[in-house]
Design a protein around this ligand. Sequence first.
Ligand code: T4K
Length: 370
Amino acid sequence: MNNKPIYVTQPSLPLLAEFNTYLEKIWSSKILTNGGEMHQALERELCDYLGVEYVSLFNNGTIALLTAIQALGIKGDVITTPYSFVATAHSLLWNGIKPIFVDIDPISMNMDPNKIEEAITPATTAIMPVHCYGNACDIVAIGDIARKHSLKVIYDAAHAFAVKDHDGRSLLNHGDLSVLSFHATKVFNTFEGGAIVCRTKEMKARIDQLKNFGFVDEVTVAAPGINGKMSEVNAAFGLLQLKTIDSVLSKRKNVACYYRAELSDVKGIKLTEQASFERSNNSYFPLLIMSDFPVSRDELYQRFKEVNIFSRRYFYPLISDFPMYNHLESSSKQNLPVAGEIAKQIICLPIHTELDLEDLERIVTVIRTC
Ligand code: T4K
């Protein structure tokens, strides 16, 4: 077997020559940013592809999260999950908001809706759940709680590109806003990038102002906005990526099917539930390493590394364990027993379109020979 490095993810890149034709257009127009032709085209094409009403492009997912919070005027306390990439909670802290962590469901690894109501305080104004690994949150239960308590909902949908809900419609249509990441490590990437999905023209106008310093027109600034604009080069790359996204998603599904077939009978390994697997975009392939597996999760991670396979422990440590969060009451281990346990068991296997059968066999062999 060869020893070439295998990474947890690799971007699927188009032919450079194809990208050049887009670059030539940008060179000749000399419009590099500020909502040019490529930017407008990508917003339109994403609406069609995703089945959503309005998309506002951003330069990354984190700035999109920051802006989504501003767009809804969220303040005070916001209920969120400790089991995510740190950007989820950082976007709250940067807006002067206190995150209130609630525990996750052991099956979906998403925020447990049964724990939300008890975490609501008089200062709570919103819920920020994450569709972790592209697996849908319990959108119905979260929607009911939000309505009952008049809370806004921003879904961090960084992992959920092209994921459908139980009715076959875009998952991104749930909540007040959904925020995507188009980072290089994502299923759909624009090098760096992100987007907010919303449902009204007025909200899109507000978001578009906020991401452009608050400008309404040349002489009017309506809000203290930020510079969150996506450049024409990034948007052009997105247009190209969209041409092959279906084949990317189907290749990723094949990888996930291979792992499921090879690993479902391995003692001590727990895969995600079949139902969430079927609706997933396979942006990640998470495994839980249980106590009856022959080695610990960290030992497995090391054994992979020794043979040049770079798995990742997304999401360990929990966000609530980082120094800027661990003093919060809701960060206590007693409040987050499920998230704490899963963070110790989780490992994400490599999943991307560049993996061939030999790579997959190398990965599975490490697990099977423990
Ligand atoms: N919310 C959630 C739930 C998120 O997961 C994220 C981002 C955000 C919000 C914020 O969105 P952005 O502002 O990032 O748009 C990565 C990504 O940097 C981050 O975008 C992502 N989540 C997070 C889960 O993972 P790292 O530190 O694991 O990335 P890195 O550089 O170690 O890359 C992992 C592997 O990917 C490398 O071993 C090789 C490969 N890779 C990476 C890059 C950057 C490539 O092949 N090419 C590349 O250009 O954070």
